[in-house]
Design a protein around this ligand. Structure first.
Ligand SMILES: [Zn+2]
Length: 201
């Protein structure tokens, strides 16, 4: 089932102009289910937001996927704004921030986003050891996707809206989060700037 929705000239929550465009799309992700992707863009101030919601009923879960070959780059990733991403080997943890974006992508896209953060952090770091650490992280990410090293991507979502969805699941571990773990994660999520479905004051 495919479904598309487009709305224009809504009031922007940031600048107040009636210049907000909303695109919605329902997609069927194999081995996962239907998701609603939403893209918001203000033509006046440039505000952008993207969101993804799982339309199936799912339990809070943790996905762990071992990345150790170039084929892993194509593995699908659904990351909702409530998804926590970790790469334990590299000491990386990406918490859902105030401007957390949801997206349907793949491991290549996920690693690209992490790479950009690491590069930005390295650029602004004044300590030589912080720059060295960033370089080491990028080097190990490259080594893993070329098959010379291995890293684990952990994706946890206390609402069950995020997932790693490979074609073959031999490198994937999925576990349901218990209520306590889910509650702890929920308490660490910032509320998004625009609650979905409400664009007026
Ligand atoms: Zn605006």
């Amino acid at each position: 089932m495919k479904y598309k929705m487009e709305l224009s000239d809504l009031e922007c929550p940031v600048c107040g102009e009636k210049a907000l465009m909303v695109h919605g799309r329902v997609d069927e992700i194999p081995h996962f289910g239907r998701v609603l992707e939403q893209f918001i863009h203000c033509k006046a101030c440039g505000y952008r937001h993207s969101d993804v919601m799982c339309l199936e009923d799912r339990e809070p879960a943790e996905y762990r996927y071992r990345v150790n070959s170039p084929e892993d780059l194509r593995v699908r990733v659904v990351r909702s704004p409530s998804g926590f991403v970790e790469i334990p080997e590299l000491g990386i943890e990406v918490k859902p921030g105030p401007a957390a974006q949801g997206f349907v992508s793949n491991i290549e896209g996920l690693l690209r986003r992490i790479r950009e953060r690491v590069e930005t952090a390295a650029k602004w770091a004044d300590k030589e050891e912080s720059k060295k650490r960033a370089e080491e992280i990028l080097r190990r990410m490259d080594a893993a996707v070329s098959g010379e090293d291995e890293i684990t991507i952990v994706l946890k979502d206390p609402y069950g809206h995020s997932a790693i969805v490979p074609e073959e699941d031999d490198k994937l571990e999925v576990r349901e989060l218990d209520e306590e773990e889910a509650e702890e994660l929920r308490s660490r999520i910032f509320r998004p700037l625009v609650p979905s479905g409400e664009y007026s004051n």
